[in-house]
Each structure stands twice: as structure tokens, then as C-alpha cells.
Design a protein around this ligand. Structure first.
Ligand code: GLP
Length: 261
């Protein structure tokens, strides 16, 4: 794992956007794993502004609420159209989200896994982190080898996401269909972005804490190509930030990103 501490949110977002752009330019037929949440909104705005082409790109989103149709403004399908798909040259047929409206969720989950496999696996997976420690919607005690399936959302997550539902926790769906931790670990590269003081404690547990299903994000410690991009607030509770900075400042691969570090 590499931790990339950036001075502020703008630069952490810009660095993440630039990584996506670089991967797309290097491999136009990239299979890109997408995440939602407020943190990613600015990332997508920057990727759109970069003008990079998505014409040959295939995407798979991490998760979708159960029971919200794609046209519901709070569905992640709507989120993706609004923040990314409607503004780039992507072929809608190459965009995928789990089907939270399926009558058979287990079959929809298996179908999603099959589609990822048929696409050759995911090259780059973007991740946010929830205050419950989740990646995707892998709530505490998600098996570290889990595959796509439906999960009950924790009260913490429903509270965290209530803002998108008019502040009403009760309006946040109780379940979601999410890639599993194992699905996420099978991707070829992970980039996790976190910003803000509210994420500092959970970031420290995920990055430096023990590997535990209580914090599904700690599973990123098992991935052989994982970058964690943080602003100063989200990095505030890490113990070894000086070391992470030392590594970044000595790695040539970050030379093109020095303005953001
Ligand atoms: C949702 C998503 C997660 C995401 C999280 C972060 O819960 N399912 O994949 O990491 O939001 O949200 P935010 O960026 O709004 O803090």
C-alpha cells in the first residue's frame, strides 16, 4: 500500500482525477471500477473537465441501493449519469451497476460477477470509505472473501447518507447490492480517496489498524497495488505520515504530481 498525503482536499481530488486520466490515456479500453458518494463528485467533475475519452472504456460501479429504480434521483445509476456518464463520450451499454430492482438479488449478484469476469476483470477500482469502515457497501463483518451480494446497511451508513435523502435516515434504503470485499481485492489496482476530519479515525483503522472484517476497508492491506490518497484532515490520525511523505518524495512515479503533494 502507498499512502499519498496531500495538503488539502482540492489537491487530493485533483491527484485522483489525474490518476484516472493517466490510466485512461495509457489504456483507452480500461475497465474502470467506479464509486459514488460526495467525495467522488469533484473527482468526476475534474475528469470530465480533462476531456479524456471514455469511448472504449467499460465501467462497473461498486454498489446500488436495493429498491431504487435507475430513474430515481437517489439511485447510484442517477448519480453516475448526473456526475459522469452524461458528460463524457462513454457508450451507455458499457456502463454497469448492480441491479437493485432484481426480483432475485442473488441471481443479479451472480450475473454482475459474470459480467466483470467477461470484461476481463477490473483494471482500476476507485474507492471511497464510509464512516462504518466500509468499502462499497461492505458493512462490518463482511467476509474478506465475499463476492457481490445484498447487504443490510448499518445505522451509521444510513445516517451518513441521509443528506442525499432530504436528511431523513428512514428514507435511506435498508439494503444495497454491493461488490464483495473479495471482488474488490481481485481488481488490478485500487485507489482509495478520503477527505475531511470525519474520516480520520476510520482511515487510521483501515490503513494502520489490524486486518479485520469489522473494518472492511482494512482489506486493502491485502492488495498488491493500492494507493490511498488523503487530504490533511483525513490523514490526521495516522501515525506514520512522515514516512508516507518520505516515500512519495523519493518515488519517481510521483514526479509528475509534485504540484499536488
Ligand atoms: C457510500 C458508498 C461508498 C462510499 C461512501 C463514501 O456509502 N456506498 O462506496 O465510499 O458512500 O461517501 P462520501 O464520499 O459521501 O463520504
Amino acid at each position: 500500500m502507498e499512502v499519498i498525503p496531500c495538503p488539502d482536499r482540492d489537491r487530493a481530488v485533483a491527484l485522483t482525477a489525474r490518476l484516472i486520466e493517466a490510466r485512461l490515456r495509457a489504456k483507452p479500453d480500461l475497465v474502470l471500477g467506479l464509486a459514488t458518494g460526495r467525495t467522488m463528485e469533484e473527482v468526476y467533475a475534474r475528469v470530465v473537465a480533462s476531456g479524456v475519452s471514455f469511448a472504449r472504456c467499460t465501467t462497473f460501479n461498486l454498489d446500488e441501493y436495493v429498491g431504487l429504480p435507475p430513474e430515481d434521483p437517489n439511485s447510484y445509476a442517477s448519480y453516475m449519469r448526473h456526475h459522469l456518464f452524461d458528460h463524457v463520450d462513454i457508450d451507455p451499454a458499457r456502463t454497469h451497476l448492480p441491479d437493485g430492482m432484481a426480483s432475485d438479488l442473488a441471481a443479479a449478484a451472480a450475473d454482475y460477477e459474470a459480467k466483470i469476469a467477461a470484461a476481463g476483470g477490473i483494471d482500476l477500482q476507485l474507492l471511497g470509505i464510509g464512516e462504518s469502515g466500509h468499502i462499497g457497501f461492505n458493512e462490518p463483518l463482511s467476509a474478506l472473501r465475499s463476492r457481490t451480494r445484498d447487504k443490510i446497511l448499518t445505522p451509521t451508513t444510513r445516517r451518513q447518507n441521509a443528506g442525499m435523502f432530504g436528511g431523513d435516515c428512514g428514507a435511506v434504503p435498508k439494503r444495497a447490492l454491493t461488490m464483495g470485499v473479495g471482488t474488490i481485492l481481485d481488481t488490478r489496482e485500487l485507489v482509495l480517496l478520503a477527505s475531511g476530519a470525519a474520516k480520520a479515525a476510520v482511515v487510521a483503522r483501515a490503513v494502520e489498524g489490524p486486518l479485520t472484517s469489522r473494518v472492511s476497508a482494512s482489506a486493502i492491506q491485502l492488495h498488491t497495488s493500492c494507493k490511498v490518497v488523503l487530504d490533511a484532515e483525513a490523514a490526521a490520525e495516522l501515525e506514520d505520515t512522515d514516512y508516507y511523505r518520505f516515500v512519495c518524495s523519493n518515488e519517481e512515479k510521483w514526479d509528475g504530481y509534485r504540484d499536488l503533494l
